[in-house]
Ligand binder design. Structure first.
Ligand SMILES: NC(=O)C1=CN([C@@H]2O[C@H](COP(=O)(O)OP(=O)(O)OC[C@H]3O[C@@H](n4cnc5c(N)ncnc54)[C@H](O)[C@@H]3O)[C@@H](O)[C@H]2O)[C@H](O)CC1
Ligand SMILES: [K+]
Length: 507
């Protein structure tokens, strides 16, 4: 468990901070340490001698900002302070007095402020308790209108620490320096447009204090490279053969959506799975063979609408011959018997796209109740709503936890911050993604990739939610790299499959 993986609420941060102070660390010393680390980061980003406006709040977030002001002042920057509050916490007030005695210009009125090149936001941190009202709200909107780069300390002021909700108004930061441990609000979709580039400032919180408050294994974690490295079957054993690297069955495609089957197959190919079989309607078999010569393409009887009507598996094989099944992309709604058949099997199963829509029509919870084996659902928000009409997914963490516990499945809810939960409520949040992935077909690629990873590791005592998290991280990192090289408009689903392997090579 690394600190980059841990996510805390404001209450948990308060408790952890309380343990540090109770153990003897003076608050002022911690503030000095944290603000020194922030100043070091700023000194790398902000060219020397430029003018920096420091926004100071009444609490210790403001205290941090005042120490930063003093440090930048001594390091040769032009610094001014905006501090409009009548009452400051004791330590914050001391720093404010010292800054004034150093001759740093301090202002209480907005209209008196000089120009500057950068702003540092130390108005509120995890102590924000209520909606921000005037005059502070107007001040925040005023600074946002300046269109200057803003560096927020701990959180952009105005964001709810836990939910990421905007309390009245919020600073639109270009960078957020999150202190000690990632605050849960920074992982919520509604916060994204306020956070900018988020960095964790580690100030050596003892792991013992973290475990004392969060337990040995925290319930809610950020997916990082560490998770992926621990989950992927790398390096491979020197002596192995294709059947030891899993046999995945994809059930996908229709005459209308042949492309979905191809993209799912390409995603599975990129996973490194040993054997890949793809069941599709007979009419599109030649197309699949041409795109995926290494896969075993199973042409199946089809309905008059061109959907799979029966799984016609090769001689002497049945569903239990496969290590994992991924079913759904491009199936259309005319393949209900096929979805029922795979749900009734004992094989580890991923349901996506039309398989989810069919499951919703069959009755999500009642249909899955019978299944004992591994089940993974990968809905986007529309599919999630159809599957779980009674679950409000405003708080995505709670939504996936509820869906997972009701179905006994691992549920991935797609989005800018994809959330994953297992039935016990253990949650992974994917901290990075790109709007470039919001395109038709990218979900098909994820399903194939996830199926391929699952088939390789499902018999190796891994937590299934870690497999799902690994696929989500790999998929989004490929999208991020592709967007960097081709812009956010240049990441079609086929291109995305070409970037998947680049990610592993760069790990
Ligand atoms: N995480 C750590 O271990 C460290 C945290 N530090 C910094 O301290 C803040 C938390 O400080 P705290 O004083 O608890 O709260 P804030 O500075 O976030 O400010 C809250 C402050 O403002 C008042 N307030 C709350 N809501 C409103 C409102 N809507 N309008 C007006 N005023 C409001 C409230 O009463 C408080 O007084 C943390 O973020 C870090 O930046 C330590 O310095 C370093 C270690
Ligand atoms: K702040």
């Amino acid at each position: 468990m690394t600190k980059e993986q841990i996510i805390v609420t404001s209450a948990q941060m308060r408790d952890i901070e309380g343990r540090i102070f109770a153990a003897g660390m003076p608050v002022a010393a911690l503030m000095e340490k944290v603000a020194g680390l922030i100043s070091d980061r700023l000194q790398v980003i902000i060219p020397k001698g430029r003018c920096v406006g420091i926004l100071v709040g009444p609490g210790h977030n403001g205290g941090d900002a005042l120490v930063v002001a003093r440090e930048l002042h001594f390091r040769g920057y032009q610094v001014w302070i905006y501090q409009p509050f009548a009452k400051l916490k004791e330590l914050t007030n001391q720093h404010f007095q010292y800054a004034q005695n150093l001759g740093i210009s301090c202002f209480q009125e907005l209209d008196k402020l000089p120009n500057c090149d950068f702003l540092v936001d130390g108005l509120f941190g995890f102590g924000l308790e209520r909606e921000i009202t005037d005059p502070i709200a107007s001040a925040i909107n005023h600074f946002n209108d300046w269109n200057k780069p803003i560096f927020s300390i701990d959180l952009p002021s105005g964001l709810h620490t836990d939910t990421g909700e905007v309390l009245g108004t919020a600073i639109r930061a270009t960078h957020t320096f999150c202190l000690g441990l990632w605050k849960q609000g920074l992982l919520q979709e509604q916060a994204l447009e306020y956070i900018g580039q988020a960095k964790l400032i580690d100030f050596d919180i003892p792991l013992a204090d973290i475990h004392a408050v969060l337990g040995e294994v925290p319930k809610i974690k950020r997916i990082t490279k560490t998770t992926v490295i621990q989950t992927l079957p790398l390096p491979r054993p020197p002596v192995t053969h294709k059947y030891k690297a899993g046999h995945l069955l994809l059930i996908c495609g229709s005459e209308r959506y042949a492309g979905g089957a191809i993209l799912t197959g390409l995603g599975a190919r990129s996973s490194g799975v040993g054997m890949l079989s793809i069941a599709v309607p007979e009419s599109i078999k030649p197309l699949l063979v041409s795109h995926l010569p290494e896969a075993l393409i199973i042409g199946c009887p089809e309905t008059e609408t061109g959907a799979i009507s029966q799984l016609k598996l090769p001689e002497r094989t049945d569903l239990s011959s496969f290590t994992a099944i991924a079913c759904g992309p491009g199936l259309t709604k005319d393949a209900t018997p096929i979805v029922e058949q795979v749900i009734n099997s004992e094989v580890p199963l991923i349901l996506d796209a039309d398989a989810l829509n069919i499951l919703a029509e069959l009755g999500t919870i009642s249909t899955l109740q019978k299944r004992q084996n591994t089940t993974i659902l990968t809905p986007h928000t529309g599919e999630f709503h159809r599957l779980f009409p009674d679950i409000d997914f405003q708080d995505r963490v709670k939504a996936v936890q509820t869906a997972a516990s009701q179905t006994g499945a691992v549920v991935l809810l797609k989005g800018a911050r994809t959330a994953i939960s297992n039935p016990q409520g253990v949650v992974w949040i994917n901290p990075e993604s790109t709007p470039a992935l919001a395109r038709g077909g990218s979900g098909d690629v994820l399903t194939g990739l996830m199926g391929g990873i699952l088939a390789q590791v499902v018999n190796k005592q891994v937590n299934i939610e870690n497999v799902v998290a690994t696929a989500a991280w790999w998929h989004s990192q490929a999208g991020i790299l592709a967007a960097k090289e081709r812009t956010e408009l240049g990441v079609d689903a086929f291109t995305l499959t070409q970037y998947l392997m680049r990610i592993l090579c760069d790990m």
